[in-house]
Every structure is written in structure tokens, then in C-alpha cells.
Design a protein. Sequence first.
Length: 115
Amino acid sequence: VQLQASGGGQVQAGGSLRLSCAASGSMLAIGDMGWYRRALGRQRELVATITSGGRPKYENSVKGRFTISRDNAKNTVYLQMNMMKPEDTGVYYCKADVGFGVDMWGQGTLVTVSS
């Protein structure tokens, strides 16, 4: 199983980006999926997660600005990021529960928000 993330880039404060992460390979039904980020000099932190049934959960600093969604038919999770701030800068990683309690991570995609 592989997770392929895309959609990172550079944006000015107040702008928007949309991240995608697609799972491929042999797997059972995917459970929870999520996005995490690691800013320079900081530990990786949760941004948002979504259950297989579509229930989202957000870190407080992104509530009202970010929206996580998923397409189960495509084994893909998305993160729509609006009203972005410089503190959103970091490497964003997707994660997916691929069954048997195994979590897979994507390779990370860099997001840079300039002031």
C-alpha cells in the first residue's frame, strides 16, 4: 500500500490550497484518514482526521478555515485550506488506517504561506 500526497505549494496569507492523498495497492477497506503537519523545528501535529463514515475532527487553529473530506471510491482524502496564515507553513503528511491496525503515511508535501 502506498499513499501519494499532492497539492502543496506556496501561497500568500489569506490564500487557499487543496491537498490530495490517494491510497493505492492491495488493502482492506480504509478506516480513518488524516492530515498532519510538521513546522520547522517542531514536532508533527494533527491537523484534521476523518472517519470512514465522513465524520471530521480538526485541530483548534484550523477550525473554520480547513475542510477535510474523502472519496471512498477513490481511496482519497482531501484537505481544503482557506484563509491561510504563515503559521500554517510546514510539511503536510497524510495518514490512513489500512486495516489490521496498520497506519500508512504519505511522503509529505511542502506548504509555504508568505506574509
